[in-house]
Design a protein around this ligand. Structure first.
Ligand SMILES: *Cc1c(COP(=O)(O)O)cnc(C)c1O
Length: 396
């Protein structure tokens, strides 16, 4: 097809190519496994968010199939029409208990969960949304759709957060919400949630934490950042995704009963986009079950994380400020990061290069995540290849 009216797309693509920003994702030809077939090559896969290695687990798959047999493939409706199935309610109840909250509401993704909450709660010009500068894109977009202004504080800078909370604009705001990622998705560092909650409390603000990379990963039994800091029951809103450790797709907000009911009546993604397929809800229930009954899985994730970080550090790589399974390997140049990723792939390891604008200029990197399913051999193999390619390219 050719349209004169779409010529601009050719120019846009040419510009992206010039800036190394045209994305051509590699293709997975097998299930999302720790060692997977990517573009026809078997490689150690350090790129997925499959933290607990449950994306291809027999018990989980069985639960998904059983849900298809019982409920069919799709709900064919939004939640508020006739898309609420008993399995959605079961998942909401079990997730609320997992998060030690009174209630939970499901959304179609982590992205729409953030949009739903930011847009619904910061709903007038008198409200204020206060956000960490490194929060996820879906929080940024949620803030853009909100009706109130937003203020951005420097990454984890509590002095700056307090300055904003104490400003005249914040003092006269009708509602103020402080929003932070629990675990930051590009750097793998953890928000100082204890300090954020204390500050918010002092200034009459409430807190929303996005636990996309923390649920199923940190805290007792993977309960997330709130539990990690011993703050069960003390954080107003816990958001998260069901597409990472939970190996399906979807998102949730765990909160009070009345806020849940409010979101269920006004949040636009809830009202105007259809509910999760029942097999997806069943997948999440099965993952939650395994997470609670198999603590060894979480331990493997952390053992593997410690081993890989140690190997990389010993080799002289800069792994930034990460304290979680997300381990960035700093390169500092987009072209070099891309070359590094390609060399590793030839050697049998897949680690994704992340460049500007996803991360700031000078902070270009490979982003790695080991899972509970990698073996010690996989990790040692990957670390060897990192050393080899890193030396070749002058990164170490
Ligand atoms: C991945 C991610 C999301 C989006 O979740 P999806 O379910 O993939 O839409 C939101 N917030 C953070 C911090 C994330 O890392």
């Amino acid at each position: 097809m050719q349209f004169d009216t779409l010529k601009f797309a050719d120019e846009e693509v040419a510009a992206l190519i010039k800036e190394n920003r045209l994305l051509r994702p590699r293709v997975l030809r097998s299930a999302q496994e720790p060692v997977a077939d990517i573009d026809g090559k078997r490689v150690v896969n350090l790129t997925s968010n499959n933290y607990l290695a449950l994306a291809n687990h027999p018990e989980v798959k069985k639960a998904a199939v059983a849900a298809i047999e019982k409920y069919g493939t799709g709900s064919a409706a939004v939640r508020t029409i006739i898309g609420t199935m008993s399995i959605h309610e079961e998942l909401e109840e079990k997730f609320a208990a997992f998060k030690r909250a009174d209630a939970a509401i499901l959304f179609q993704s982590g992205f729409t969960s953030n949009v739903a909450v930011c847009q619904s709660l910061i709903s007038a010009p008198e409200d204020l949304l206060i956000s960490d500068e490194l929060n996820h894109a879906s929080i940024i977009d949620g803030a853009r759709l909100a009706k109130g202004p937003r203020k951005i504080y420097r990454h984890k800078d509590m002095k700056h957060l307090e300055e904003i909370l104490g400003s005249p604009e914040a003092r006269k705001a009708r509602r103020k919400m402080v929003v932070t990622d629990g675990v930051f998705s590009m750097d793998g560092d953890i928000a100082p949630l204890d300090e954020i909650v204390a500050l918010a409390g002092r200034y009459g603000a409430f807190v929303m934490v996005d636990d996309a990379h923390a649920s199923g990963v940190i805290g007792e039994q993977g309960r997330g950042t709130v539990n990690h800091f011993g703050l069960d029951g003390k954080v107003e809103i816990q958001i998260g995704t069901l597409s990472k450790a939970f190996a399906a797709v979807g998102g949730y907000a765990a909160t009070t009963r009345s806020l849940r009911d409010y979101l269920g009546s006004v949040a636009r993604p809830f009202l105007f986009s259809s509910s999760q397929p029942p097999s997806v809800a069943a997948t999440c229930l099965a993952v939650l079950d395994i997470l609670l009954k198999e603590p060894a899985r979480l331990k493997s994730l952390w053992d593997n994380t410690a081993l890989f970080k140690e190997e990389l550090k010993k080799a002289g790589f800069d792994t930034g400020s990460s304290v979680t399974p997300i381990t960035p390997v700093m390169v500092g140049d987009t072209e070099k990061a891309l070359k590094f990723s390609r060399r590793l792939f030839e050697e049998g390891v897949f680690a994704l290069a992340i460049g500007f604008p996803t991360v700031p200029k000078g902070k270009e990197r490979l982003r790695t995540i080991v899972t509970a399913g990698h073996t010690v051999k996989d990790i040692e193999f990957a670390a060897e290849k990192f050393k080899k390619a890193g030396k070749e390219l002058g990164i170490i």
